[in-house]
Design a protein around this ligand. Sequence first.
Ligand SMILES: C[S@@+](CC[C@H](N)C(=O)[O-])C[C@H]1O[C@@H](n2cnc3c(N)ncnc32)[C@H](O)[C@@H]1O
Length: 395
Amino acid sequence: MSAIDPHKKRLTRISCAEHVVPYLRAEVEAMGHEIQEEDKVSVAIGADLVEALRMTLHLRTAQQVYWLLDRTRCTTMNMLEKWARSLPWEHLIENDAYLSISSNVDHPSVTNSMYPNLLLKDTIVDRITEHTGARPDSGPDRTGVVIHLVWKGDRAWMYLNVNGNRLSDRGYRKLPHHAPMNETLAAAVLMGMGYDGTQALVNPMCGSGTLAIEAALMMAGRAPGLMRSDASALHTMLDVDEEYIAMRKEARKSKPPLDEPMPIIASDHDPMAIDAAKRNAKTAGVDHLIEFEVCDFRDTTIPQLDENEHGHVIFNPEYGIRLGETDELRQTYRDIGFFFKDRCPGYWGHVFTGSRSLSTQIRLVASGRLPYNNGNIPCRLLSYEINSKGPDTSE
Ligand SMILES: C[S@@+](CC[C@H](N)C(=O)[O-])C[C@H]1O[C@@H](n2cnc3c(N)ncnc32)[C@H](O)[C@@H]1O
């Protein structure tokens, strides 16, 4: 790491959840970047720090953005320490900054990732103290400068974590309610459905409203990172604050994909869920785009579509992992199938679930099955094309 120029392109790795790479890749390419590397949970591009910050503002499916500081060959903790000590941290991190370390280590000599994290933290803090006479504070919070180590086999990479807290923490969900879906997962599920902000969306069983709010953000053409303003990169000595302010200003002017928005309807039978969803939507600044209803899913309003209009109905029902699969849940899934057939002709119907056996109760032939992970639970997005008479084949 020689003197760091924030305007020099460096390898920038953007991470996401497993199965989300196709959506992330499409988003990154749409921003004009060429993918240089790709694995199961990330893509990498060449970007300067300002471009990397722009990613944290606009990407809907990314979890973290890492900007490469240095890389080396590394096979022992001693080598790690020596390398970390050689880097000029005093030009990156102020001596009154708050520092935290994260890592992804896969090396036989390391049984607990706490060790490299601690070693790295001590080494960086010691070096800054030696050079400046003052000691930065450090701890687990990602509210200051976050340094990320990747160590795999005999190679190690030192990154600046550009965003700090995970990008899924958009800042609008003050009230999570029960089993909320992670915001970046919700965006990836919408993209997997083929939703792009120009179609009608109905989300019965909306819980705290994540799917409807993410859809409304797309419909409004609103950058998902606009509710965050405290990226880790802004706490470094690399002077990019002015450019960040300018890109936020620019992002606020971005245009919705349609002049006349299509309806978004979110319903739940629990009034507390709708209360939470309404408040979250207001915090996100998209409550004017969503109609909320307290009702059983079977009574949710389905807007009539004109000939050239398209619409999606998305369910994220409970799937009984913890509670056990109950007769009631089996009946719920069966009724979702009836609801699609009877109430949603002309729409695409989708169910996001972690239970294969419950999903067979829907008794419609899925034309799409996409894998996702919800936390560590393997899930699928099942999609059904509901023609005007309704599909009558059973799975
Ligand atoms: C897994 S949660 C949905 C979580 C949501 N995707 C989020 O991000 O917050 C399932 C929701 O279905 C609702 N629900 C369950 N049975 C229902 C029914 N028969 N009618 C309407 N809502 C129902 C629950 O109140 C709960 O909020």
